[in-house]
Design a binder for this molecule. Structure first.
Ligand SMILES: [Zn+2]
Length: 182
């Protein structure tokens, strides 16, 4: 009988600890850019998932941006984090595809993470976006179709392309370069 009580007690404790951990992770991920130690594997082909599957895998904020073409508030927590990040790579928070890197990062002072070029052009797709009464060019992940932001051209930035990929930080996972992290 004693043993049974002990097993039950251990079981209950494990459950409590587990739910606390899950709850904590949920809060953390809500509006912050994810940082990962391991480089996500670049998906070999197209990543297709149902809305229900995406909802399960992404935080509410990531789902709103990546799957519903939402926009995060400017100068938010992800942007503050972005400004502090050293060298590393930026991957799609939905599927892990390599999108941008710190080499193309520049300070556009616009309140959102900005890059002058993708790190891997074949993973980044653009298309004309006529929503909200504006003519813009939408930027999406070529692998999972996730909405990333918009790209603007010819604004006079002193960069090799004079393009500004204006990207929602919550749609990105940052992986610091190994040498930088140590
Ligand atoms: Zn993706």
């Amino acid at each position: 009988m004693k043993n049974v009580t002990r097993i039950l007690r251990t079981g209950v404790m494990t459950c409590v600890v587990f739910s606390l951990a899950v709850c904590h992770a949920g809060d953390e991920g809500k509006s912050a850019m994810e940082t990962s130690d391991a480089k996500p594997e670049d998906p070999a082909g197209a990543v297709t998932k149902t809305d229900a599957e995406w909802k399960k895998e992404l935080t509410a904020e990531q789902y709103r941006i990546l799957r519903e073409a939402g926009t995060e508030a400017p100068n938010g927590r992800t942007y503050q984090e972005f400004k502090k990040q050293g060298s590393g790579t930026y991957h799609c928070a939905g599927c892990g595809a390599l999108l941008f890197s710190s080499k193309e990062k520049f300070d556009a002072r616009c309140g959102w993470p900005s890059f002058y070029d993708p790190a891997d052009a074949q993973n980044v797709k653009t298309r004309r976006d006529l929503s909200l009464g504006m003519v813009r060019v939408e930027v999406t992940c070529a692998k999972c179709g996730g909405h990333l932001g918009h790209v603007f051209e010819g604004e006079g930035f002193d960069t090799p392309t004079d393009k500004r990929y204006c990207i929602n930080g919550a749609g990105l996972t940052f992986v610091p370069d190994k040498a930088d992290a140590e």
